[in-house]
Design a protein around this ligand. Structure first.
Ligand SMILES: CCCCCCCCCC/C=C\CCCC(=O)SCCNC(=O)CCNC(=O)[C@H](O)C(C)(C)COP(=O)(O)OP(=O)(O)OC[C@H]1O[C@@H](n2cnc3c(N)ncnc32)[C@H](O)[C@@H]1OP(=O)(O)O
Ligand SMILES: Cc1cc2nc3c(=O)[nH]c(=O)nc-3n(C[C@H](O)[C@H](O)[C@H](O)COP(=O)(O)OP(=O)(O)OC[C@H]3O[C@@H](n4cnc5c(N)ncnc54)[C@H](O)[C@@H]3O)c2cc1C
Length: 649
């Protein structure tokens, strides 16, 4: 164990194990998670040490080998794909396996939108992996605008079949995970046509490849879309269908019927699978940022560089600027952990209502999940990059561990709903509630009360240590944004602009409003969650400091908003900044212990900089020696180098 990390751990003022159990939910949950991880990490198939020295094809092949291992493990241990245990195993692999979409979207779509008869037929095949499916919705020409999708499913009454067709090149399905080479089925989003009329997007089960030899079926043109930023293990694919016929029974009809068309009670119920992933992404954002913070904090405690006082080369974690970069990332990771818990609670509640036939809450769930998905993924993507940059040159090496998970996570600003579009969807719901405050859900209850101008009664740095005053600050900031934007929308329509054009004209203000609302929700949920949790006073002291840092840092980061709202003045902003410096100092002694409480196994982080023992330099050198270029002392390409050296300029 590197001496600096040992010393850091000895200085901690709280019990790390207590925080590990609190973040896991309980001691039993911690034990279960570690047991599941051990099953994976002790299996050499899940190795990653040569991850950046193999080709895309080898990466994909490894992905299938891991999938086989994971499936065999689940079968041996009787772990179901829709279980929390599987979700934990999946996160522990920390890379999307080729059959990933089968589990997170193909099966859930059938489960959520199939009739009882369709579920009886398809779910056993899918859960036993007799078929492997993906969720094929996005097309070359459309990903966001679902009503603009061009794939057609035309009902042929005479044969009781649907003819599924890609009429144009832009209608080709493009991006679905596992579509290129892995899956032999897909749930296809297509415009339903029956008796010459279009009834909008519905979901259809289509077989793509033979179950005998995996060759594409007649009318199916299919393949991999090529290399991308990340998701290298996943064969995101393209698919063109040339009048492929499928049985009538292959349209998922829990909520709509094709023959003598019966529409769903709420057409957006077809969008339900996407909502479930957006909910998961809020917690994923916490995990990713916690992992990045762990690497950066441990490295910063070991890395000694330059001098504060002559002759003393301190750990870079002693630099206030380094603390100002990294401690807010720890705080954000914990804030998003509690936001993820909230999202899952709300999702489970709405799902049970939907299964009882009450669909009214799906609009609220969409409004909340779309906003938090966008806010937490945007923030965590930026936070990972802050952590990487805080590690200097070695942060730029693949040995740092950052790239492996960052390259997948970058996509979260786009997949499952492009973030700007998601913000605007959430804002649509927010402004509806602003106009009808009595219909506002608990998360927007502050819209119910008359907007009275408030002054922030803050006179000293201690006043910015109060959860209630901080929550009020974020509430007033959001209200100020929302009410001024609502006024702008009203003026635009008052002077003759139609609602849609007015919405577009005000969309930058709308974006600021929904972001301020999301930020308020995260702060409030974070502090209320801590208030409800039982913990020892030493731990509460640490968790309070971290939560106060999250809120005060948020005010400093958006000081203009708080000043513009009239709720705060310049002097109070300076009190907030003084509070931040005081909190950085308070958190410094526990920084390493707090990231230890995220409890990442070294084999999850796979980082020479963030390993638990802090033995950075030996790990970096060992990793460098793995480079293929070092297989020989003189590389085989020397012949070209020699000509360069001998050539005359
Ligand atoms: C450590 C862990 C690391 C793990 C990291 C990796 C994790 C990886 C996970 C996933 C990875 C890859 C998988 C990616 C899969 C995909 O990307 S699948 C495709 C995703 N595509 C989208 O999200 C499309 C986005 N577009 C839309 O959803 C719709 O087009 C949009 C909502 C934007 C508009 O739909 P319209 O039909 O045009 O609706 P509008 O006219 O705008 O009206 C909106 C009304 O509809 C209600 N609505 C919309 N969506 C929903 C919904 N999902 N549920 C309920 N209600 C919805 C909305 O509230 C409006 O209602 P109102 O009219 O106001 O009452
Ligand atoms: C790694 C990865 C995996 C994926 N996996 C799948 C999958 O398994 N299945 C699947 O079906 N799809 C998948 N997708 C596709 C993904 O869902 C879409 O790319 C995503 O929904 C965004 O749609 P788009 O590409 O059409 O972006 P666009 O909507 O074309 O975005 C382009 C720009 O237009 C802006 N814009 C668009 N509409 C509006 C609006 N109304 N108002 C303001 N601005 C707007 C956006 O903000 C953005 O800046 C995946 C994508 C990635 C990157």
């Amino acid at each position: 164990m590197d001496a600096p990390l040992l010393k850091e751990r000895e200085r901690a003022t709280f019990n790390v194990t207590e925080l590990i159990h609190l973040l896991n939910g309980s001691e039993e949950e911690t034990k279960r998670r570690k047991e599941l991880e051990s099953w994976l990490y002790n299996n050499p198939v899940f190795r990653q040490d040569d991850r950046y020295q193999i080709s895309r094809e080898e990466v994909y092949e490894r992905g299938l080998q891991k999938t086989r291992e994971l499936v065999n493990l689940c079968r041996r241990k009787n772990i179901k794909f829709d279980s929390l245990d599987f979700a934990r195993l999946n996160i522990s692999t920390l890379e999307e396996l080729p059959f990933f979409l089968h589990v997170i979207m193909f099966i859930p779509t059938i489960r959520g939108q199939g009739t009882e008869e369709q579920k009886r037929k398809w779910l056993p095949l899918a859960e036993d992996l007799k078929i492997l499916g993906t969720y094929a919705q996005t097309e070359l020409g459309h990903g966001t605008f679902l009503r603009g999708l061009e794939t057609k499913a035309t009902y042929d009454v005479s044969s009781r079949e649907f003819i599924v067709n890609s009429p144009t090149i832009t209608s080709m399905k493009w991006w679905p995970g596992g579509l290129g080479k892995t899956c032999n089925y897909a749930v296809i989003a297509a415009q339903l046509y029956t008796k010459g009329k279009c009834y909008g997007i519905h979901m259809f089960i289509v077989q793509l490849r033979s179950l005998e030899d995996h060759k594409p079926l007649p009318g199916v043109t299919i393949g991999d879309i090529g290399n991308k930023y990340g998701f290298h293990t996943v064969d995101n694919g393209f698919l063109r269908l040339d009048n492929v016929r499928i049985p009538y029974e292959n349209m998922l009809m829990r909520y709509a019927k094709a023959c003598d068309y019966i529409p769903p009670v709420n057409p957006k119920i077809n969008y339900g699978t996407m909502t479930s992933i957006r909910v998961d992404l809020v917690k994923d954002a916490s995990v990713i940022l916690a992992a990045a913070s762990t690497i950066a904090i441990r490295y910063s405690a070991v890395r000694h560089q330059t001098e504060i006082r002559p002759g003393e080369e301190p750990p870079v974690l002693d630099y206030i600027t380094q603390q100002f970069k990294l401690f807010p990332q720890i705080a954000t990771a914990i804030a998003f952990h509690f936001a993820g818990d909230y999202m899952h609670r709300i999702y489970d509640k709405v799902q049970s209502e939907i299964f009882d036939g009450h669909l009214s809450a799906i609009t609220e769930l969409h409004g909340i999940s779309a906003g938090l998905k966008a806010f937490t993924t945007d923030t965590s993507i930026a936070g990972v990059e802050i952590c990487r940059r805080a590690c200097g040159g070695h942060g730029y090496s693949n040995a740092s561990g950052f790239q492996r998970f960052y390259e997948n996570w970058l996509g979260s600003a786009t997949y499952e709903g492009e973030n700007t579009v998601m913000y605007l969807q959430a804002a649509r719901y927010l402004f509806k509630c602003y106009d009808n405050p009595k219909e506002a859900p608990e998360t927007m209850s502050y819209l119910r009360y008359p907007q009275n101008k408030m002054e922030w009664n803050v006179k000293s740095a201690d006043d910015v240590s109060n959860y209630a005053t901080l929550i009020t600050a974020f509430e007033q900031r959001a209200l100020s944004k929302i009410s001024s934007t609502a006024k702008k929308l009203k003026n635009l329509t008052h002077y003759g602009m139609n609602r849609n054009d007015a919405w577009n004209a005000a969309s930058v203000d709308i974006l600021h409003s929904i972001k301020a609302h999301c930020h308020y929700f995260i702060v409030k949920n974070y502090m209320q969650s801590l208030n409800h949790l039982k913990m020892s006073s030493p731990l509460r002291q640490v968790m309070t400091a971290v939560a106060l840092l999250y809120a005060n840092y948020g005010i400093d980061e958006h000081a203009g908003d708080f000043l513009e709202s009239g709720f705060m003045n310049g002097k109070q902003i300076n009190l907030v900044r003084a509070k931040i410096l005081q909190l950085l100092k308070e958190i410094r002694v526990n920084a390493v212990a707090i990231v230890d409480s995220f409890d990442f196994d070294d084999r999850f982080l796979r980082s020479a900089l963030g390993a638990y023992d802090g033995n950075v330099y030996n790990r970096l050198f060992k990793w460098a020696k793995l480079s293929p270029l070092n297989k020989t002392e003189v590389h085989s390409s020397y012949k070209y180098l020699r000509r360069i050296l001998q050539s005359k300029l």
